[in-house]
Design a protein around this ligand. Structure first.
Ligand code: ADP
Ligand SMILES: Cc1cn([C@H]2C[C@H](O)[C@@H](COP(=O)(O)O)O2)c(=O)[nH]c1=O
Length: 183
């Protein structure tokens, strides 16, 4: 890994909520793996990692940052007070394009921000958004291609509109029941 060549001590933390590909590794969708600490929160990291080992760290990578409630506090302390280089990756928005967790809160703390995109699954253009393919409405829902689909703006808008129409449809059995009540 490039960072390990440049700096001596690198650690990656991910949210323990993400168990999709591996429990203790960060894994890209095409299979590249790197060992990591999977934690429920960031505030416990220093104590679990060990204070001495923490002090020797140069770089802390955080993946799935949207799932950490204490992201802002941790980044402030680690970067400002402890002098660590932080590389944070996470979703800025959820499937409804609402802000996700504290990811946007840490933008003012950052030296640089890079907005990455995938490819639209329907047309291959840059995908800025994510469509959820199920009816589940809670914000946090761990999943991959089974549940989500990267899409461009046009396909997001069309896809959401199609889902909204679908959600407003009265199920057939309710119509039958209502008709039976009227008779
Ligand atoms: N900075 C990058 N440079 C080159 N390829 C990249 C970069 N970031 C991601 N990729 C490619 O995009 C794929 C998707 O990244 P991944 O981390 O799996 O997606 P996600 O952002 O959804 O977690 C990677 O497996 C890799 O092939
Ligand atoms: C859009 C959206 C995503 N999630 C979850 C789904 C995945 O578990 C992660 C994103 O990980 P990836 O490496 O970018 O594939 O976030 C969610 O919980 N809610 C959402 O709205």
């Amino acid at each position: 890994m490039l960072l390990q060549t440049i700096c001596r001590n690198v650690v990656i933390i991910k949210s323990s909520k993400d168990t999709r590909y591996a429990v203790d590794s960060v894994v890209t969708h095409d299979g590249t793996k790197f060992p990591c600490w999977a934690l429920p929160d960031l505030s416990s990291f220093r104590q679990k990692f060990g204070a001495n080992a923490y002090d020797r760290l140069d770089v802390i990578g955080i993946d799935e940052a949207q799932f950490f409630d204490d992201l802002y506090e941790f980044c402030c302390e680690a970067a400002d007070l402890d002098g660590k280089i932080l590389v944070v990756a996470g979703l800025d928005g959820d499937y409804m394009r609402r802000t996700f967790g504290s990811v946007l809160d840490i933008i003012p703390l950052a030296d640089t921000v890079t907005k990455l995109t995938a490819r639209c699954e329907l047309c291959g253009k840059r995908a800025f958004f994510t469509l959820r393919k199920t009816d589940e409405t809670r914000t946090e829902l761990i999943g991959g291609a089974d549940v989500y689909m990267p899409v461009c703006r046009q396909h997001y808008v069309n896809g959401q509109a199609a889902r909204n129409v679908e959600a407003q449809k009265i199920p057939n059995d309710l119509i039958v029941e209502a008709a039976a009540t009227l008779v």
